[in-house]
Write a protein that binds this ligand. Structure first.
Ligand code: 5RP
Length: 221
């Protein structure tokens, strides 16, 4: 029996997402190691697309290295397709994201896109979100305030991701020990704390399609 590694699952998911790329599209591109496989596959069809909108400096560098034009979301308008990874995915295609600290730009592009295709390896599938610590992007001066309010609100343990500065110049708190039974409510409540830029719960706007890497990849619609 062949044992397929997690990286191989990521590659299979990333390459399968090319099926959703149509001629002339401006493609929204997420961040992370699974997305890196998608970008490499996108490079092979780059002459068919008009360009990309990127969710991070990391993805921008990889896109440009392949000669793919990176455009400003303000100029592109609504996107037909956004492809991104996730840290956890529940059966309703609601996600935890932000392991790579790019959650705010990812959320903006997801909101601006008609179709969000999420590419994951099978380890990311969970019945209930929250085992993966929930990332929250925070304005630096509000770090302690937000940590106290999140503890009171959720009972989870906020841990400062020391040394990480986001592309927007902010910090990340990772909330441990959560079991998120109502992700839409938790997303709304955390968003309301002053100093929170965004929370890595993608529940109000979940993925539309999930591709789980495997041989063959599974497409959940
Ligand atoms: C970055 C993200 C990533 O999509 C998430 O962390 C998954 O990463 P990987 O594909 O490397 O497992 O949300 O902010």
């Amino acid at each position: 029996m062949t044992i397929v590694s997690q990286n191989e699952h990521k590659r299979l998911a990333g390459e399968k997402a090319i099926d959703f790329v149509e001629d002339g599209m401006i493609v929204g591109v997420g961040t992370g190691s699974t997305v890196a496989y998608f970008i490499d596959a996108l490079a092979r069809v780059k002459d068919r697309i008009a360009g990309a909108v990127s969710s991070s400096e990391q993805s921008t560098q990889r896109l440009r290295a392949h000669g793919i034009e990176v455009m400003d979301l303000n100029a592109s308008g609504t996107l037909s397709l956004y492809v991104d990874g996730a840290d956890e995915c529940d059966p309703h295609k609601r996600l935890i994201k932000g392991g790579g600290a790019a959650l705010t730009r990812e959320k903006i592009i997801a909101e601006a896109s008609r179709k969000f295709v999420c590419i994951i390896d099978p380890v990311k599938q969970v019945p209930v979100l929250g085992k993966f610590p929930l990332p929250v992007e925070v304005i630096p001066m509000a770090r302690s305030l937000v940590a106290r309010e999140i503890l009171a609100l959720t009972g989870g343990q906020p841990v400062w991701r020391d040394g990480t500065v986001t592309d927007n110049g902010n910090v990340i708190l990772d909330i441990h020990n959560l079991s998120i039974t109502d992700p839409v409510a938790m997303e709304r409540e955390i968003n309301q704390i002053p100093g929170v830029v965004s929370v890595g719960l993608f529940a109000r706007r979940p993925a539309d399609i999930v591709i789980v890497g495997g041989e063959p990849p599974v497409v959940l619609r």
